[in-house]
Design a protein around this ligand. Structure first.
Ligand code: MN
Length: 320
């Protein structure tokens, strides 16, 4: 049965002809998959669509149809502004024009602030791409091979290849339905989760060299100098955090990535049973119980010290 929110989204899409879709800074597979997937479906319905990301799409994800159309800023005029996979408007970076309101907010972060006029937030869902895949037909839109490929990439990305604890039988059935559009699972899986650049692996090496452990917390950092020495083009951690989270006998992994003068991106991963998102929120960030992040002002060494002690205290408190 179509829910009241689906009806609202259906009529918002029907009444709009120029639609802006945006997703978050340092876009991951789910950000890009939901943007390109919903974008392709709306274009197929005859809408004029602007797909906007503050940062560039990583080279490995540019094989998807529509990736070359993504812009860095929305242009006026538009009738509808849609945010995808963002827990708050800060995560949109420069993609939200000054003074613009978010009409529709589609997401799966528990920490979502419901900042849209219409909010479709499903915290239990594995990916925003999965939320879109499940609701798309209720919005009067159609799935075709390019929509299916993009959404499948998003689901693969956020579920780390169907292995996060929120991956369910329904996730796999949904993915199977998308594969039925003629999508090559092995190809998307390899491009999305397996293949890496030489620079990314070299950059990992710099982070791994400084890997440290304090109690049940493991952590490391990547400085601007590491990035330069590895010639790594991104401003992220090249997914090194997901390698840290494979280390046994640790409850929490933390990754610190220097972003420029006095700004550090912090990512946390926690084992099931520990909700790290509240800690990220206390630092002005957000995310999921098992995977969260924040951007914190301060030098790399100051932020490291502050976050490390806060994390250790947080774990002590949640033990009680
Ligand atoms: Mn997501």
């Amino acid at each position: 049965m179509t829910s009241p929110i689906d009806l609202q989204i259906h009529s918002a899409f029907s009444n709009a002809s120029r639609i802006v879709l945006v997703s978050h800074i340092r876009p991951d597979q789910d950000a890009i998959g939901s943007l390109l997937g919903l974008g392709a479906a709306l274009e197929k319905a005859g809408k004029q669509v602007q797909m906007v990301l503050s940062d560039s799409i990583a080279v490995g994800m540019r094989f998807l149809e529509g990736a070359d159309k993504v812009k860095h800023a929305a242009e006026e005029p538009f009738d509808l502004f849609v945010s995808l996979d963002c827990s708050d408007t800060k995560r949109l970076g420069n993609a939200l024009p000054a003074g613009a309101m978010v009409d529709i907010n589609i997401d799966h972060h528990l920490s979502n602030l419901n900042f849209g006029r219409i909010n479709l937030v499903e915290p239990e869902n594995v990916a925003t791409s999965a939320v879109i895949a499940e609701h798309l037909t209720d919005w009067g839109l159609e799935i075709d091979p390019s929509v299916a490929a993009a959404l499948l990439m998003g689901i693969l990305g956020d579920s780390l290849g169907f292995r996060t604890s929120n991956t369910t039988a329904a996730t796999l059935r949904l993915a199977a339905d998308l594969i039925d559009y003629g999508i090559n699972l092995s190809d998307i899986y390899t491009r999305t989760l397996v293949t890496r650049s030489f620079q990314a692996v070299k950059y990992w090496g710099m982070g791994l060299q400084n890997l440290s452990k304090k109690g049940r917390v493991i952590y490391t950092s990547l400085s601007l100098e590491d990035r330069k020495n590895a010639a790594y083009p991104g401003n992220d951690d090249a997914d090194l955090i997901n390698i840290l989270s494979t280390v046994n006998n640790a409850d929490v992994a933390i990754m610190f990535v220097e972003q420029g003068r006095d700004k550090v991106k912090v990512s946390w991963r926690a084992v099931p049973g520990i909700d790290i998102s509240k800690l990220a929120v206390s630092f002005g960030g957000g995310g999921h119980p098992a995977a969260s992040g924040a951007e914190i002002t301060g030098s790399l060494s100051d932020v490291k010290e502050k976050v490390l002690s806060a994390t250790i205290n947080y774990l002590k408190k949640s033990d009680n």
